[in-house]
Design a protein around this ligand. Sequence first.
Ligand code: PMP
Length: 386
Amino acid sequence: MTTEDRIIYLDNAATTFPKPEVVYQTMDHFYRNFGGNAGRGSNPLARKAATLVEETRSLLRSWLDAPEVIFQPSATIALNTAILGAGLSAGDIVYVSPFEHNSVLRPLEHLRQTVGIQIEVLPFDRQTLECKLDEVKALFRLDPPAMVCVSLVSNVLGLILPVGKICQFAKQISSRAITIVDGAQAAGLIPVDMVHVDALVFSGHKSLYGPYGIAGITFGTDWRPSPVIRGGTGTQSESIDMPLDGPSRFEAGSQNIAAVAGLKAALEWLGQTGQDSICRHSQELSALLYETLVQYPRVVVHFPADHKKHFGSISFSVDGVMPQAVETALGSSGVAVRAGLHCAPWCHEFIGTMAAGGTTRVSVGHFTDENDVAEFATKFDKIVRG
Ligand code: PMP
């Protein structure tokens, strides 16, 4: 197969693809016409770049409904900034969901080993995938959280978690509890009530349809971590301390302004296309995929009992076939999906798919259409029926 062959791209949880045409055009235009460095002097190109960064920040503030936004190069770095900069100490209890990505689990595990924090997993029902909110409350009362760190949408299961409620319970029990939401899969598409959320991490290249190299944190409250990365900001340069407030406290080093330009174009496109229409499209296609998969007695679809609590990714297992074999067979017939643990090992322990090497995941996006699903169905049928 050559790269020119049509690929049915069902791996939008890894990165949304393709991007809106305007994202490609804007980034190309940026590098050809005004590639200055934001906040580095007041020459016309530097000023133009700084304006671009501030306009994008302001668009994000309203798109994500949060008072402050800081840019980071990736969701992984943003999560590290929030978790490692939180100043946790020995004995502090951090609650996570069973579905967290390694970009949450690995920084926490580092703090467990070096500082002595304790990591606890929130209770969910293995059959329905429902969060046991009453038990969460009781757990918080018994052992108050120093931090909760939960995903808005699982990158393995597409499960929408009740992050607003979990963060609210945490703050009710302990006003000093730090609440972090990993919104890499859905920030900007699934609304989050930011009242009890200290930090919501977003990813430019996933649910916002922008390019790689731009992500960040939106702060819903006055809580701020300590900066983890330190260096030049182009401001207050007389001091070798980081600026005490404002986004530049967390934005040391040259920013990826081409990516910011691409993200701005993506946000404008999102605004025109509409959050509701993007979500509806994705949910309709997920439903089609679900219907396709559940027809097969050999296939187990790991799906929430309440179908309304689903967005984006669907994971499934085929009895007697390793997920990697399904990925390879689909790949060689031109369908891009992802098999394995999806960097979320505890999720696979929770749903019982660890020993089998994980699941096969299909994930739709705005540019997936019904023909893609139909072609997937035909090709998958051949694999399952062998
Ligand atoms: N959190 C979740 C839920 C994710 O799905 C991902 C990416 N798969 C990340 C964090 C990390 O994002 P990135 O690799 O873009 O830093």
